[in-house]
Write a protein that binds this ligand. Structure first.
Ligand code: HEC
Length: 135
């Protein structure tokens, strides 16, 4: 019985975290509207340049999201330790942006790594919109 309850708890929490990229975009949209009354939607085009743009890191290196996720997000990327990263484009790796906790965890880590600050909601939404649209 105790096992049964534990399993149920697990199923419920997984379900709460599960999402589709479209649902995630809706959630970010709600937050973006609260943050900025002039919010006018997410833009795949802005997301694309955000993804590609090289930034001068204070450690002297040039970094971008593409440094690991590769210039073409439809392809596999690589970590600094040379481990394969599956494509970021949703059409090429359907598990992308289906787990809100994972998404927030990696936005947190990678934005800090590349921008030396957190990404704002507009940036997150633009980024996902770009990767949703890629065919
Ligand atoms: C140092 C390498 C590296 C850089 C640079 C990097 N990432 Fe990542 N990113 C990873 C790794 C590793 C993962 C986790 C493995 C995976 O999901 O395949 C990941 C996963 C993610 C995820 C989770 C997506 C999902 O739902 O599966 C998001 C969001 C993300 N990165 C955003 C970004 C953004 C935005 C940038 C640029 C500001 C960026 N990353 C730059 C290595 C990097």
């Amino acid at each position: 019985m105790r096992n049964c309850i534990a399993l149920l708890g697990l199923l419920v929490s997984v379900n709460v975290l599960a999402a589709t990229p479209q649902e995630l975009l809706k959630q970010y949209e709600v937050i973006a509207k609260q943050e900025d009354p002039k919010f006018a939607g997410f833009s795949a085009e802005r997301g694309a340049s955000f993804y590609q743009i090289e930034r001068q890191h204070s450690n002297g290196q040039k970094v971008s999201c593409a440094s690991c996720h590769t210039a073409d997000p439809r392809k596999q990327g690589k970590t600094r330790a040379n481990k394969v990263i599956e494509p970021m484009a949703i059409a090429y790796h359907p598990q992308r942006f289906t787990d809100a906790a994972k998404v927030e965890k990696w936005f947190g880590r990678n934005c800090k790594d590349v921008l030396e600050r957190a990404c704002n909601t507009q940036e997150k939404g633009d980024y996902i919109q770009y990767l949703v649209n890629l065919k």
